[in-house]
Ligand binder design. Structure first.
Ligand SMILES: [Zn+2]
Length: 314
């Protein structure tokens, strides 16, 4: 059996520095990010960074229906990576890659070595282990119907800590524990416009079993393969903190509107984290606190909604 090799945070940063030198696509992507427009908006004391990032048109406009997926070469499969793209090992089952269309100053994708469905129930323990090796970064997961642009290929992302407002704000909106024991706890995240749950534990085993407990109370829609959600994870001082934000829909009605009403948005973890991505300048200019409140109200659960989900089970 191949020796298990893991890439750590320092090696990941060195990879990014190398890729920016030798891979023109990554160089262009990160230079473009240095020049993106960002406006800060506030709603009820919460911060939102609206980013105008034209390169994200590929992602915001991406077709993720089954047929479109079948007809495109999968950009996360090792055999399709561009020759300049370097891949470092994250254990035996994953590879660490630089994202050439970054939203964050440091933006990595951790992709399964095998082409297999985006699915959290069976990969949550991997997610925790990866977060531990990449301690210092914020890790996140986009569900297949909640912002993943490659729902057919299992992957996570690792990004600059504290860039998303949720990294600092979640702790301020952590309610009393719904479930607390020596090895871990689940708290409600509320009063937060995109509410959810915060899970904390010092052992990966307990964190995983608490997550599975929570997973079972989340609603499963129609033909979906799993409850819709975005997940954030950080590891530090021997503890995991995991934020689970259940989703109602992937895209708000403004995406489907025509003419002046339309906003091209495909909200994923970054948007839920408070970095709202727009790929067209007219959309960027249009975004106001009122519009954001409306959009988050459509895609995520309000206080009453999260209380209903939490009711009984936890
Ligand atoms: Zn693939």
């Amino acid at each position: 059996m191949e020796t298990e090799k893991w890439t750590d945070t320092t090696e990941a940063l060195a990879l990014l520095a190398r890729q920016r030198k030798v891979w023109p696509m990554a160089k262009a992507g990160y230079e473009a990010l240095d020049n993106v427009k960002v406006k800060r908006l506030h709603i009820d004391g919460l911060e939102f960074k609206v980013q105008y990032n034209p390169a994200r048109i590929l992602s915001s406009g991406a077709k993720t229906d089954a047929q479109s997926l079948r007809e495109r070469p999968c950009f996360l499969c090792p055999s399709h990576l561009p020759p300049e793209q370097e891949a470092l090992p994250m254990g035996e089952r994953y590879l660490l890659l630089c994202n050439p269309y970054p939203i964050f100053p440091e933006h990595f994708t951790i992709a399964s070595r095998r082409h297999m469905e985006q699915q959290i129930y069976t990969s949550f323990s991997d997610f925790l282990e990866i977060a531990q090796h990449l301690s210092g970064f914020t890790l996140f997961y986009n569900g297949p119907q909640s912002g993943a642009s490659a729902p057919d290929h299992l992957h996570f992302q690792a990004v600059t800590p504290s860039y998303m407002p949720i990294d600092e704000e979640a702790g301020l909106h952590k309610g009393t524990p719904l479930l607390k024991e020596e090895a871990g706890a689940i708290y409600r995240l509320s009063g937060y416009l995109r509410n959810g749950f915060i899970l904390e534990s010092g052992t990966a085993e307990r964190a995983a079993s608490l997550f599975k407990h929570l997973y079972k109370v989340l609603p499963l829609a129609g033909d979906d393969t799993e409850p819709r959600m975005n997940i954030f994870c950080r590891y530090g001082e021997g503890r995991w903190q995991v934020i689970i934000v259940p989703r109602k829909v992937h895209r708000p009605r403004q995406y489907y509107a025509e003419g002046d009403e339309q906003i091209l948005t495909a909200p994923g973890a970054a948007d839920i984290g408070g970095v709202f991505i727009t790929a067209r300048e007219q959309d960027y200019e249009k975004i106001t606190p009122e519009l954001l409140r409306d959009i988050y109200g459509q895609i995520a659960f309000n206080d009453a909604g999260i209380n209903r989900l939490a009711g009984g089970e936890c």
